[in-house]
Design a protein around this ligand. Structure first.
Ligand code: NCD
Ligand code: ZN
Length: 368
C-alpha cells in the first residue's frame, strides 16, 4: 500500500463562506489552504439575488484572500439565488459580464437561509428557459420545500428526485443541471441515467456516515446521544445509500459525472447548541483528507488507475459547468500520517470529526 501520493490541487464545487462581518474571516482560510477555488453558495444572511451583489461579495472574498497571502491563487466562482421573482434579464446580464456562473435553486424553506427560495417550480420556468438558451448552469438543492413538511426528512430527496428533478430535466433537456450534495441512491441513479449535461456533487459526510451518526457520532466508542455536529441537510442517509454512492463515484461507468463539493457550512457552536440547532457541518479544514480516507477504505489508492479516479473526482470532473477550461498544475501530497482534528476553531466553530484522529495528512508546498 502506498504511503504517499500526489494529485492536482482540488477544487471545491460547493461551499458556504458566510458574510465578511460574520464567519468569513475565520472560515475562508481553511478553503484557501486546500482548494484552488470554490463554487460559492449564495444563501448569505441577505441572499445574493442580483449580479451586482455577487460582484460585491466576490470583492470581499478576494480582499480577504489577498490579506491572507493567497492573492490570485483562489478563484471564487459566484452563484445567484433564485427566488419566485428573479429577473431573467439580470441573470443573463450577470452571466454575460462574468459576474456569476450559475444559479442555485433552493426549494422554499428546505434548508438553512432558504426562506426566499422558490415556492413553485413553474415560477422560475422563464428563467430556466433563458438559462438553457445561454448555457448557464442551475445547481439544485434536491429536497422538497416547506409546504411538504409532512414528508419525512429521510424521504425528502427521494420525493424531490421523483417529482421535480425529472420534471426540470424533461422540460429543459439541454439545461446544465448539477444535483448538489447527493445523499440517496435515487438521485445518483437519476444523474447516471441522464445525458452528460446533468451532473452531481458529493460531500465527504454523506459517504462517510449514515443517519446513525446523529445518535452515536459515527465512530467508536458509540455513546448514545444527540450529535448536532453531524446534522446537515440533506440529512445523512442509510448504509445502502452510502454504498451505492461510493460505488458509483469510484467504479460506476458514469463516475466522470460526479465531483467533490464539500458543502462546508459553518455555524457557531453556540448556534449549533441552540434549541433549533442549525443544519450544516464545517469540514473545509480537513475535507481533502476525508475524501482520501473514503477512497482508501475502498482500496482505490493502491495503484495509479485508482489514484487517477480520485484525482478526477477531486480536481477535474465537471469544472466545465462553471465555465472553467483550465486549472492550475500545482500538486498536493497526501501522506499516510495520523493527525488530530482540533476540537474548536477560532470563530467558535467545531469542525466535522472534531477531536478525532484521522490517518491521512495533506501537504502543500505553498503551506509548509
Ligand atoms: C447549508 C448551510 O448551512 O448554509 N446547510 C446544510 O445543512 N448543508 C445549506 C445547504 O447547503 O443546504
Ligand atoms: Zn450547501
Amino acid at each position: 500500500m502506498k504511503k504517499s501520493f500526489q494529485i492536482l490541487l482540488p477544487f471545491d464545487r460547493h461551499g458556504h463562506l458566510r458574510e465578511v462581518n460574520t464567519l468569513m474571516p475565520e472560515v475562508l482560510i481553511h478553503s484557501l489552504k486546500s482548494f484552488w477555488g470554490m463554487v460559492v453558495m449564495p444563501n448569505t444572511a441577505i441572499p445574493i439575488t442580483d449580479y451586482e451583489s455577487a460582484v460585491r461579495y466576490r470583492e470581499e472574498i478576494k480582499t480577504l484572500s489577498n490579506k491572507y497571502g493567497f492573492g490570485g491563487n483562489f478563484l471564487p466562482v459566484m452563484t445567484g439565488y433564485l427566488t419566485d421573482n428573479t429577473n431573467p434579464e439580470n441573470v443573463k446580464s450577470g452571466f454575460l459580464n462574468g459576474a456569476w456562473k450559475a444559479m442555485k435553486l433552493y426549494p422554499h424553506g428546505a434548508t438553512t437561509n432558504s426562506d426566499k427560495g422558490v415556492t413553485k417550480l413553474e415560477k422560475i420556468f422563464p428563467v430556466l428557459e433563458m438559462m438553457q438558451k445561454i448555457g448557464m448552469s442551475v445547481l439544485v438543492h434536491p429536497e422538497t420545500d416547506v409546504s411538504r413538511s409532512d414528508i419525512p426528512f429521510m424521504d425528502r430527496e427521494r420525493v424531490y428526485t421523483e417529482e421535480s428533478l425529472f420534471l426540470i430535466h424533461e422540460r429543459f433537456p439541454e439545461l446544465t443541471i448539477s444535483v448538489e450534495h447527493i445523499s440517496t441512491r435515487e438521485a445518483m441513479e437519476f444523474v447516471e441515467w441522464c445525458p452528460d449535461n446533468v451532473v452531481g456533487t458529493i460531500t465527504p459526510q454523506h459517504i462517510m456516515y449514515t443517519h446513525d451518526a446523529l445518535f452515536h457520532n459515527g465512530v467508536p466508542p458509540f455513546k448514545p446521544g444527540l450529535y448536532p455536529e453531524n446534522m446537515c441537510l440533506p440529512i445523512l442517509k442509510t448504509q445502502d445509500d452510502v454504498n451505492y454512492i461510493r460505488n458509483a463515484i469510484m467504479h460506476g461507468e458514469r463516475r466522470y459525472k460526479f465531483g467533490a463539493g464539500t458543502d462546508t457550512a459553518p455555524h457557531t457552536q453556540t448556534a449549533k447548541k441552540e434549541n433549533c440547532s442549525r443544519c450544516g457541518v464545517f469540514n473545509a479544514s480537513h475535507a481533502v483528507e476525508f475524501y482520501t480516507m473514503i477512497f482508501d477504505q475502498e482500496g482505490m489508492l493502491n495503484d495509479e488507475k485508482g489514484i487517477q479516479t480520485f484525482q478526477n473526482f477531486m480536481s477535474v470532473n465537471n469544472l466545465w459547468i462553471y465555465g472553467i477550461k483550465e486549472f492550475p498544475t500545482e500538486m498536493i501530497t497526501l501522506v499516510k500520517e495520523d493527525q488530530q482534528i482540533p476540537e474548536i476553531y477560532p470563530g467558535d466553530i467545531r469542525p466535522f470529526k472534531a477531536g478525532q484522529t484521522i490517518p491521512w495528512t495533506m501537504k502543500r508546498e505553498l503551506i509548509k
